[in-house]
Every structure is written in C-alpha cells, then in structure tokens.
Write a protein that binds this ligand. Sequence first.
Ligand code: AMP
Ligand code: ZN
Length: 666
Amino acid sequence: MDDVLKQINALREELNLHNYNYYVLDKPTVTDFDFDQKLKQLEQLEQQHPMYYDENSPTQRVGGAITKNFETVAHQFRMYSLDNSYSKEDLLEWEKRVQKGLGDVAVTYTCELKYDGASISITYENGILKRAVTRGDGIQGDDVTNNIKTIKSVPIRLSGDYPDKFDIRGEIVLPFKGFEKMNQDLIEIGENPYSNPRNTASGSLKLQDSAEVARRPLECLLYTIVGEELPFTTQFEGLTKAREWGFKVPPNAQLAPDMEAVFEFIDYWDKHRQDLPYETDGVVVKVNSIDHQQELGYTSKSPRWAIAYKFKTEQAETILNTITYQVGRTGAITPVANLQAVQLAGTTVRRASLHNADQIEKLDIRERDSVYVEKGGEIIPKIVGVNFDLRPLDSVPTVYITHCPECQTELVRKESEVQHYCPNFYGCPPQIIGRIQHYISRKAMDIEGLGGETVALLVNNHLIENYADLYELRKEQVVHLERMADKSAENLINGIEKSKQVPFERVLYALGIRYVGETVAKKLANHYKTIEALSRATLMDLILVDEIGEKIAQSVVDFFENDINKSLIERLKNYGVQFEMQFKESTAISDRFSGMLFVVSGVFEKFSREELKQLIEDHGGKIGSSISAKTTYVVAGNNMGPAKLEKANKLKINILSEDDFIKLVQ
Ligand code: AMP
Ligand code: ZN
C-alpha cells in the first residue's frame, strides 16, 4: 500500500475515534482545534488523491449529497408501534397478561426512557453502515441514508464482535439546547422559529440537502437490535453490546426485577426528566428475556412484550391579565400573554407566547380569561386552552392590533405569512435599535466595548440612527452617557475602529439583509467577491448560485435597490469597512488548468461541489458562476439544471462528466 493511502487511513481511523469519544461518550480527548487541523489535513490529502475517495470517510460527515426523491424501501423486520398506558393500574394489567402468556415463570424487565423524536432503522453489514430508513408505515419507509450519515454519533464503521448483519433502531432527536440555538439564528435573520424539537427532528430527516442536515445538531439514540442471529439473550444485554460496538445508547436504561422496581423507575424520571437534554414523553417497559419476547409475540400492531407509559404533561391554570405586542428587529410582531404568576414544572411562569393572530383566534384567547399553560421543550411556555367556565360575562373577543405599538404605523401581513409586520423599517425604534444590535453582535462585526443596551442608549440619545453613524461617534459624545466612563468610552471607540478589519463575509451578514444568515452570507461573499458584484446581481443570477432560493434572492435584490441602503453602504465603504474578499494565498498544486474557465453544476458522487471547485483552483483554473462563450469546460454532475445544459449546448461548450474530470486531473 502506498504511503499516502497509509496516511489517509491512519487519519480516518484517528478521526473516527475522536468523533466517537466526542459524540458518543461525551468525552473528547483532543481540542476542537486539533480535530479541525486533522480533518483539514485529511480533506487536503483526499482532494489531491481523488482515487482514494471513500464514502465512509469522516470528511463525508459534512454532507453534500442531494436526495431529490427518497426511495421507498421495505423493512426486513417490521417496525411496530407500542401500546400505551397512562396509569400504574394499566401497567399491572399488562403484567398480568404477560404472566398469563408465559406461564408461571419469573419475568424481569428493562426500563428505558421514551424519547420523543423520529424513529429510524439503520442496517449494518459487516460492520459498515449500509442503509437508514424512516419508520414510514412500519412495513416500508424512506431511505434517508445520506442524511443519517451526517449525524456524528451514528457510527459508520463498528468495532468489536458485532454480528454480520442486523438492524438497529432508535430515535433521532434534537436536544433542547441545539433547538434553541437554531431558533435564535432563525429569528436573527427574520425567519419564523420552529415550533418544537420533535417536528424539527423529523423534518430534518427529509431535507434534500444533506449539508443542511449536517448543520443541525441532531443526535441518534438507539435502543433495539433486530436480526437473525444475535449474540445476546436479553434486551439489557443487547443495549450493553450495542454500546460496545460504538453506538450511542442512552445510559439511563435499567433492569427491573419486578413491577415494584418499574414503578420506582417511572417515579424517578417523572420528577427528573426536566434535567435531561432531550424531550422524553414517557417510559418504555420491555420484557427482558428475548426467549420470553418470542413466546409472547405481537398483536397486529405492537409487541405484547413491551408497553409505553406516558408521563402526564404538567399543566397549570392561571389568569391572563393582558396581551401585549413586541416588535422585533425585522418588524415582526409577536403577541405575548402576561399572566398572573403561577408555578409550573419547578419554575414561576409570568409570560407565555401566543405566536400570532391565528393562534389567538383559534383558541379564542381573551384578556381576563383563565387559561391552561404547558411547558414543552421551549423556554417560553405556551397557552394550550381556555377554561370557558370561568370566562367573565362581559368578556369580548380579542381584536388583534392594527397599528405598531412602537411607531403607530399600520401593520401589514403578506398572504403567505402568519406574522404581522410593521413596515416602518427606517423609523420604528425597535427595528432601528435591533438592526444596529445585530450589526455589532458577536457573529457579525463583534464590536468590543459596545453592547446591546449601549446601542439603545445611543439611539435614544439621538447620537446614532443607523450602523454607519457608529463610525462618526466621538469619545466626547459618549463619555457622558449612563454607566460610561473615560476608559469604557475609549474602548467603545477603539472597538468600532477595529471592526473595519472584519472580513467581507461577516460584514455582509452584519448588514441584516432579511434571510441572509451566516451561511448564506458566506456563500454570497465567496461567489461574488465584492459588494459591487453582489449589488449588480439580478434575481436570475442569484438563483443560479448554489443553495440560494428565490426568497433569499428577492430579498437581496430589494435590499440593494433601496436608496437608503445604498447610501449606508457608500458611507461604510468610505470609513474603510471591508467590502471585498481578501484573497487567500494560493495552494496551487499545478498549473494544468491555467487560463481555463470552469463552470461546475449539479451533484457529484466523489466530491462535494466545494471540493471540486477547490481542486480546479488548486490546478490553476478559474471558476465562473454562469456559462458564457468564455467558459472552457462545464463539469456536470447529476441533476444539472436544464437551463444550464441548454446554454452549454447552444454555445458548444465541452461538458465533462465527473469521471472525465478525474481523468483530466490525473
Ligand atoms: P408511539 O409512536 O406512541 O406508538 O410509540 C412508539 C414509538 O416510540 C416507537 O416507534 C419509537 O420510535 C419510540 N420510542 C422512543 N423511545 C423508545 C424506546 N426506548 N423503546 C422503544 N421505542 C421507543
Ligand atoms: Zn413600528
């Protein structure tokens, strides 16, 4: 074996181990920085030696494969649902049925938590992940292998004495923390947040772009192995084995010698489930012995040897005093219920989200109503219903506001949207302040010495009206503000000065163009290189950029058509803010493609599109965004757009398949 391949294999093995330590055991043994360095090294080697491509390499975890239609496949072993129980009496009834079915033998149980996510069945053959299929109707489901492979706690290669072939089943979940962060990012770019972790997890499995799935902090918790010849005799032993082979199996499963112990497990977790990082909605009790399981068998829809016990969702009833309305950075209006303080799941609740006008109307929620409040995965509790018996006689239906509570402008609501908006973009105080707060935030310009509250102070004291004004601020102006001193004023001015070094891609994000989040800003900056080029892009141009849809494209066009924005950008440019990409040092390997212009389109099997582009540049070629007479080659993967294909044919430009291209490089 040649040295390069040896090195590649060693890196793959090492990175797989680090992934396992980090994502499965929660015990990293290297720093993130070291991990990233090693991954980059591997990426580079794989790029320089495409013949060593391996779909199971840790570099492939970032996704990139696009699935247009998910193939339907049959489960080799049916995926059953579970019978539910809601009380200990129900469980005792079930125990009687089990005992009756098995005769007079001692039965032990495995207790597990019931995770609330999307179920998945993953097939392994000879220790390699072969296929992952959603539950579907239990008989057949959708092949979502590409997406599941991006979840880092799912092993792609197993270790230990695993069976040749088996399916392992579990739940794809989105931890609360990751869910909140995704929502924060959405709110930041003016999108509607997701409603709950479970739906978001199951929606994620059906995304066409696996790179998007890779960005979501999904986890996979496994709890059942099915197969023909399995090396264990009890459910609990199966869990232990699965752990040994490299799977993430929840640590809280427990053996119970009798129903007494099962009840203890239930009582414990009913109290402590709030402390878990994921949503659980109950406990699953399983007869432990596999022989017993086989003897008991299945009803038409569920195993007789298992039962789910559902926790009661904690609810509180309280009075809704008033409904108020908040205005966000993008002008979105959020109605908020102000409640009479009430205890719920260990915390005092004073406010609940009402989401939007439709929600209020649907539940017929009114001021002074007695309402039921529930706490799901979200930080802010929600109102799930009204106790109509306690409604005051003189109660009147809620009339949603028609004008902005902050600037009195008439609200608008687009047909396709649930949210009302205040359209007074440049005159509505929370929007003005919110935009500047976004501009200075950590992921944007990250201005040291300036925080969100100071921004509000600066605006309210008429020292600034927009983010460009920041660069005109003088120390004498800010030193008199509340809680400012000589030193902090100086820090603030220095921080603003330093922000002129922030790279273009972050500046673009900082501008606060609706729907342009961090990732999209990076894409646009890499593609257009300068703000001039971006501001001249037409709707069609933009849509042809990878991953830019019509909604984003339209928002970008609108932003640059606006005169106020134009003059803000002009001013920022004059102050010295970065509006061009800094070109990184060349990593040229050869000049084979020098003078050639490539256009890359479609989806590839052996590379991600970014890798392919890098390879072209590494060999001295240039990448064009659209096909023109100057194009030397079009490298076409699967699903190349028909418009591009037609254009290439019309201009008689050489089209290379992925294999043609590899030959050309070598
Ligand atoms: P239900 O959807 O209410 O019929 O419940 C059955 C589903 O619970 C299964 O399809 C699994 O996706 C899910 N589940 C969650 N945790 C477990 C567990 N520990 N054991 C078995 N099933 C579980
Ligand atoms: Zn307003």
